[in-house]
Design a protein around this ligand. Structure first.
Ligand code: G4P
Length: 282
């Protein structure tokens, strides 16, 4: 999904999340495990207030597992339970459901203490575009999941998906905006695929990425593109990868644009390895 955010759009998104918040006991805050800070909505604490929340680091199959562990400790130390998942293949999803169910219990107990009959706990997923909200919901709504129909207060078409024995998930996620003012954050969102090609210049993003790979993972770069003598200069590396892939323009020049798009795609898909681009600020 590619959304052009503007103030009116952001206010509407916030209102929609706040409306749905009233119907749920727990929020699943979905982040990209490779960039947990950059893929976080800057106003999330003000939007969710004191609603119980589980931080879920998705795409953990693409992230550095050691850095993911550091992030999990960081969120836990801030009083936010956190879990890593891979919505693509399903790893961690069961644990996520169990933790969500547990986090919902105080609200259910409070509800029953008012003399009402027990009800199922309810949760929803929120996150910035492309963090994997739809993939996670689709995985949870797989063949086995029962859809439990419309409920009062739920927009037409929205449904609850039954997870485990005690929990229901709203099948429509809350879409929030990322932090786009900071160029470093914008770079990380672009290189991981959260921002689409039309909005950024692939050659600019690729030069930064190749510099990062030269500094952090030169062996992976050399091995993947069979670069026996890895140049120190970023453009020379890009040229060599273009030659390796045969991305020529008429006249025999290397198609730098095509090469840049290709390198970014390889990085996003994890073909160069599992990398995380940021650590928590202590
Ligand atoms: P959204 O609803 O939050 O906007 O995100 P969505 O589920 O559409 O996922 C965005 C992209 O991230 C999709 O790739 C999806 O396949 C991928 N993705 C989601 N979760 C994971 C995960 O845990 N691991 C990995 N490796 N990928 C994940 P896409 O290239 O945009 O589309 P597609 O053609 O792959 O579907």
């Amino acid at each position: 999904m590619d959304i052009q955010w503007y103030p009116g759009h952001m206010a509407k998104a916030r209102r929609q999340v706040q409306q749905n918040l009233q119907m749920v006991d727990v929020v699943i805050e979905l982040l990209d495990a490779r960039i947990p800070a950059s893929s976080r909505n800057p106003d999330i604490n003000a939007i969710l207030k004191d609603k119980p929340r589980l931080v879920v680091l998705n795409k953990s199959d693409l992230a550095d597992p050691e850095i993911t562990a550091v992030w999990l400790d960081y969120f836990t130390s801030k009083g936010l339970p956190a879990v890593a998942v891979d919505a693509h293949h399903g790893a961690g999803v069961k644990k996520m459901v169990a933790l969500t169910e547990r986090l919902a219990q105080p609200a259910i107990k409070k509800y029953m203490a008012r003399g009402r009959l027990a009800r199922l706990a309810r949760c929803m997923v929120v996150g910035v575009p492309n963090v994997g909200k739809s993939m996670l919901i689709n995985r949870l709504a797989g063949k086995k999941a029962a859809r439990t129909g419309n409920r009062p207060g739920v927009t037409r078409g929205e449904q609850w998906i039954k997870l485990g024995g005690k929990l229901e998930l709203l099948d429509t996620p809350g879409i929030l905006w990322p932090k786009f003012e900071d160029p470093e954050t914008a770079y990380k969102l672009a290189v991981t695929g959260a921002i689409k090609e039309q909005i950024y210049n692939p050659e600019e993003i690729c030069t930064k990425l190749v510099q990062w790979l030269l500094d952090n993972a030169p062996d992976a770069l050399a091995k993947r593109y069979k670069l026996r003598d890895l140049p120190e200069n970023v453009w020379e590396v890009i040229e060599k990868i273009g030659v390796y892939r045969g991305f020529y323009l008429s006249g025999g020049r290397i198609d730098e644009y095509k090469t840049a798009v290709f390198i970014i795609k390889e990085f996003r898909e994890g073909s160069l390895g599992k990398y995380s681009l940021e650590l928590p600020l202590q």
